[in-house]
Design a protein around this ligand. Structure first.
Ligand SMILES: Cc1ncc(COP(=O)(O)O)c(C=O)c1O
Length: 505
């Protein structure tokens, strides 16, 4: 027994003191401890105390639940929509998070593209603290400065970052700046876009400005028929029934059908099918310039240009879902800013990093679309509250800074290059190789594997690296945008170690 091995009298006294509390003082002063039989008596006392210790620690074992016990208990109360590893993430700082055992993880998920400025950002914490002492919420019945400042910032900086644009949200004619509707999530941003596209489409059909009637006489007599929406394979736009209807993935959709009617789907990056699917009844077309959940797939310029052209022909709005790929992630303010201006959108949806973890999203619409939306057409209790907007302004100002964007671009290029080097040995056997390719730009990167990469995600976590899968066989890297080259090197080492363990040599 450890206690007997220790001859340190002070340690013994300390242990007794802990066990006995006030009784210790009585015992230490007792004649028993001063008697000639002290040694024998001391030993028996200690034996007794150790028995007490054991029973105390056994009781402690009974009363202090393990992490797994706690997770099992909490799981009884949390709806089972996610399968999570058996640990609590307790803290985060910068690009790292720490679990309840104090284990450190490099967070290459960035909370799924949310933590642009990293975990526990001091500036964000300061804004939360100051604004929450000033004004958190008013409802949208009233104007607050915070909402105005963020909306103005998003619009002005967007126009600044894409000076060549002339269409849609980039229409530079007088009084034609786009406008913003704030939401609480990506899904709600999509939902708002659906409603705005429908209202715009119906009004356009009613106005007679749409060149309809020749190919679709029914639409000429019933403008309400212009409600159809078009989306693409591999896209992800959210989980509410409207947004889900645009997320053409049977795994997500099938249990919940019927969804929103009037939605058509064609193949992403395939221009041949566009004309037949997008027609005069289509009011909106939605796509991600870089598909995130779908597996980090970039739209080709030809594809975007063809979609834009077809939207113009049939009077449909082009909606870019930049919820995952936007707001600085590619090294430009918007993912679509990487393309020439002739494929610019009418609506842009955003969310995830907008307030660095505070739930916040927005739908930015061209003036043309904005003109058909009036008071009461759409609304939200929380969306655009002063607390969210104050945080959003702080985050947006940093993200839109040209030097910040350049760092993302440089570090993203370095990251991609390092990933390509790491996977090289796993691509050498052509179609028999376990790794297919590295994709993406900036800090939205993916490695596509031949097989499902869930064992890689798990092994990476064991090694202290958080990754998230995408599509069927892709692993995504969406780290905080503040990640440094040194941290990228650490990430690459951990990934390399993971591959070496999981993939056959
Ligand atoms: C491109 C895209 N659109 C929409 C959404 C839905 O956003 P949220 O989960 O905030 O509702 C996501 C979420 O991952 C997304 O990646």
């Amino acid at each position: 027994m450890s206690f007997f091995r220790s001859s340190n009298r002070l340690a013994a006294q300390f242990k007794l003191r802990c066990l006995l509390g006030q009784d210790f003082n009585n015992a230490i002063n007792s004649s028993f401890l001063k008697s000639k039989t002290f040694s024998r008596g001391f030993v028996s006392l200690v034996k007794e105390m150790d028995q007490k210790t054991n029973s105390v620690s056994q009781n402690e074992n009974l009363t202090t639940p393990t992490v797994q016990d706690q997770i099992d208990d909490y799981s009884k109360y949390i709806l089972n929509t996610y399968s999570r590893p058996s640990t609590f993430i307790e803290q985060g700082k910068g690009c790292y998070v720490y679990d309840s055992n104090g284990k450190e993880y490099l967070d290459a998920t960035g909370g799924i593209a949310v933590l642009a400025l990293g975990h526990s950002n001091e500036g964000v914490a300061r804004v939360i603290s100051e604004q929450s002492r000033k004004l958190c919420h008013t409802s949208n019945l009233y104007f607050t400065k915070e909402v105005g400042e963020l909306a103005k910032d998003i619009v002005e900086k967007t126009l600044l970052h894409y000076p060549q644009g002339t269409k849609g949200i980039y229409d530079k004619s007088p009084d034609s700046a786009p406008q913003v509707f704030f939401t609480n999530s990506g899904t709600e941003s999509t939902e708002a876009a659906i409603k705005f596209a429908r209202k715009y489409g119906k009004q356009l059909a009613e106005s007679g400005k749409l060149a309809v009637g020749k190919s679709d006489p029914m639409l000429a007599s019933d403008p309400n028929l212009k409600y159809h929406l078009h989306c693409f394979t591999g896209g992800f736009h959210g989980r509410s029934t409207g947004a889900l209807a645009l997320t053409a993935n049977p795994k997500y959709q099938t249990p919940f059908t019927p969804l929103l009617p009037g939605v058509t789907t064609s193949k992403f990056n395939e221009t041949r099918e566009i004309d037949s699917f997008i027609n005069e009844r289509t009011c909106g077309v939605i796509l991600e310039p870089i598909q995130g959940e779908g597996g980090i797939t970039e739209a080709t310029y030809e594809f975007l240009k063809a979609v834009r052209k077809r939207c113009d022909q049939v009077g449909a709005v082009l909606i870019y879902d930049e919820i995952q790929c936007g707001l600085g992630r590619t090294g430009k303010l918007w993912a679509h800013s990487n393309y020439p201006p002739d494929c610019s959108p009418d609506i842009v949806t955003m969310a995830k990093p907008l307030a660095n973890g505070f739930p916040m999203g927005a739908t930015m619409v061209s003036k043309q679309v904005a003109q058909c939306i009036g008071a009461g057409d759409h609304g939200t209790t929380f969306g655009g509250n002063p607390l969210g907007c104050a945080i959003g302004k702080f985050v947006f100002d940093q993200i839109s800074d040209p030097q910040f964007l350049k760092n993302v671009s440089d570090n993203g290029a370095y990251f991609k290059n390092q990933l390509e080097k790491v996977v090289e040995p796993y691509t050498a056997n052509g179609s028999a190789s376990p790794v297919i390719e590295v994709r993406g730009r900036g800090l939205i990167l993916g490695v596509e594997f031949k097989e499902n990469p869930s064992s890689i995600v798990k092994e990476a976590m064991d090694n202290g690296l958080l990754l998230v899968s995408a599509g069927r066989n892709t692993v995504r890297f969406l780290p905080p945008l503040i990640i440094t080259k040194d941290e990228i090197d650490i990430c690459i080492n951990l990934f390399s170690k993971t591959l070496a363990k999981v993939l056959p040599a």
